[in-house]
Design a protein around this ligand. Structure first.
Ligand code: ZN
Ligand code: MN
Ligand code: MN
Length: 283
């Protein structure tokens, strides 16, 4: 498979279990959680777990690994206690990535909770600056994910992403992830080939395609501009096969990791189906 393509893979037991499963599925790009995504505190990774992860990865066909941070983390939380916990947990996430030699930590910018978008954007950048300062010389990059704009979520325009990056001091620690379901719900029409091209050009001129390292490949259960974040199987939602045909045949996106976050059972057999569908769209 030439494409950097795969899915979010579940960890069962040690983080290395995800590598085994991804390899079995033939994925070349994957995403994992390196800690329980619904808890504030997680047990440290053991030396054994880390070395097994690295060993397995070396002999696998996986080319890109992304870590997704915990859903609890909000880098612009209004509540000081939650903000403090979020910043701590984010640093822990970066440390885990560094230990595992994972190049990208994907995270949702945050929800401002009523304090306003400008204030939220400033706070997110401040959180990132603090985190980068405490993880000096780390190789892992903080990967900002575009959002659907549900509730008070920041990150539903390319301008939001750009504003955050502009306020981050160590710019080379930053990169970006587009989630197809999110940006479609945010109002970016990637389904129609005519508007699709304009969306990519827009992203390039505002953020820069060189910063795009990952695309979350999700169809959307909700309409264009709905601002509601609900992932669907490829071709089953409002983006449809048309939208994913645009992406799979876009040469500008060849080097970008494409990772599914579509609904699935424990065995993840649905991921195999969705990968097959995506590969079938290549002309
Ligand atoms: Zn996400
Ligand atoms: Mn996503
Ligand atoms: Mn989502």
């Amino acid at each position: 498979m030439d494409q950097l393509l795969g899915a979010h893979v579940f960890v069962e037991g040690g983080v290395d279990s995800a590598i085994s499963k991804a390899d079995e599925f033939g994925f070349t790009a994957i995403q994992i959680f390196t800690r329980n995504n619904n808890r504030w505190v997680s047990k440290a990774l053991s030396e054994k777990e880390i070395s097994s992860f690295k060993e397995k990865r070396k002999s696998s066909q996986i080319k890109v690994i992304v870590s997704h941070d915990s859903y609890l983390i909000n880098l612009c939380a209004q509540n000081p206690e939650i903000l403090e916990k979020s910043r701590k947990a984010f640093i822990d996430e970066l440390e885990r990535c560094e230990q595992l030699e994972i190049p990208y930590l994907n995270f949702h910018p945050g929800a401002h909770g009523g304090q306003g978008e400008d204030e939220g954007i400033k706070m997110i950048a401040e959180s990132l600056n603090l985190a980068h300062e405490q993880t000096k010389n780390f190789k892992v990059k903080s990967m900002l994910e575009a959002t659907a704009g549900q509730g008070t979520a920041i990150g539903y325009t390319f301008e939001h992403l750009k504003k955050i990056i502009d306020l981050v001091e160590e710019k080379d620690r930053m990169c970006v992830c587009i989630d197809t379901a999110h940006i479609f719900a945010a109002g970016y029409n990637i389904k129609d080939p005519k508007t699709y091209d304009a969306v990519i050009k827009d992203f390039d001129s505002i953020v820069g395609l060189e910063l795009l390292k990952c695309i979350h490949m999700n169809d959307s259960k909700k309409e264009l501009g709905s601002k509601v974040d609900r992932h669907d199987h490829i071709g089953k939602g409002f983006i449809g096969l048309e939208g994913f045909t645009n992406i799979m045949n876009d040469k500008r996106l060849d080097g970008v990791a494409k990772i599914l976050e579509t609904p699935k059972g424990k065995e993840q057999l649905e991921d195999l189906e969705n990968v097959k569908t995506l590969l079938g769209l290549i002309k």
